[in-house]
Design a protein around this ligand. Structure first.
Ligand code: PT1
Length: 287
């Protein structure tokens, strides 16, 4: 874990990944976990002014990246049509792009949406399916944008049925290694790749805890690591708390992740995470 600057280019906006940064979550889904329905009604109406107010708060409180998602990928979630996902996400991207100093990340597996990202001021493609959907790898390569490759076992609607690994850390690492190779072969260089072990995506509590405690093993890939733990069930199982009351547990786990090498933290709780990461960053500088 070096402390010399390590600049990563998000399509024109750079971040120094020798320090850790916050990625704020903006879910534009009617059924999303944690903030579901607040920004969108059950029948698909997008609350535009509420969304822009939320974006402003996320940026003002210190998020370097804004992760916009139009498809829920929480356990049990159903897939959304390509056009519906595009209709949710693109108007918001267009309203934000150029008007705020933030890196826009799009949480998608959809090649048609990825195709639209290139000319819309997007800085990152965040794909929980690691560009495995037909056409996604080619679309991402063509876009010229950086990508975040995440590990998942199964698919959101079945991934928590019976997750099984012989060695979770090894299997997650090898999967990510294979996806990095596929990206490289498609023309996406390592300077455009982030990796994510995918907490809660086809993993039991024990799998998640093992991944977190051995997160430093992912440094073998020599790529920046992103983590998303915020308010997830693993925190609920340990603390006995409901989604809204998982902040303290989430921050504790996130700090462990950063001290074990994570450099981008995907979270609902931007202000609190920014403070926690400031403390981590000072420790990283002297160690
Ligand atoms: C994540 C992530 C994501 N998580 C990246 N993108 C979600 N790169 C969406 C639970 O166990 O970790 N990394 N995009 C949200 N998905 C989940 C999964 C939400 C599991 C909740 C759970 O509670």
């Amino acid at each position: 874990m070096s402390n010399s600057p390590r600049l990563f280019n998000f399509s024109g906006k750079t971040l120094d990944l020798s320090e850790s940064h916050v990625m704020g979550i903006l879910n534009i889904t009617p059924d999303s976990f944690s903030d579901g329905g607040e920004l969108m009604s059950e029948n698909g109406e997008v609350y535009f002014s509420k969304i822009l107010k939320r974006v402003e708060i996320i940026i003002k409180t210190g998020a370097a990246i804004l992760d916009i998602g139009g498809e829920s990928t929480r356990p049990g979630a159903k897939e959304v049509s390509s056009q519906e996902e595009i209709n949710r996400v693109m108007p918001v991207v267009e309203a934000i792009s150029g008007n705020f100093d933030v890196i826009i990340s799009i949480d998608t597996s959809n090649p048609e949406l990825i195709n639209l990202c290139q000319k819309s001021g997007v800085g990152l493609i965040n794909d929980v399916r690691a560009l495995t959907r037909k056409g996604a790898l080619e679309a991402a390569a063509e876009s010229g944008l950086p990508v975040c490759l995440m590990h998942m076992q199964g698919a959101p609607d079945n991934m928590q049925d019976a997750p099984k690994y012989n060695n979770v850390v090894e299997e997650v690492t090898v999967f990510l290694e294979d996806r990095v190779k596929a990206c490289n072969a498609a023309g996406i260089g390592n300077d455009r790749i982030l990796v994510d072990p995918g907490f809660g995506f086809g993993k039991t509590l024990e799998h998640n805890l093992e991944l977190l405690s051995r997160l430093a093993d992912l440094q073998r890939l020599e790529l920046p690591v992103l983590i998303g733990i915020s308010r997830k069930k693993m925190i609920g199982l340990v603390t006995g708390r409901r989604e809204k009351d998982r902040l303290t547990g989430s921050i504790a786990a996130t700090v462990l992740g950063v001290m074990n090498g994570a450099r981008i933290v995907r979270t609902h709780d931007v202000a609190e995470s920014v403070d926690a990461l400031k403390v981590c960053n000072e420790i990283l500088k002297i160690s």
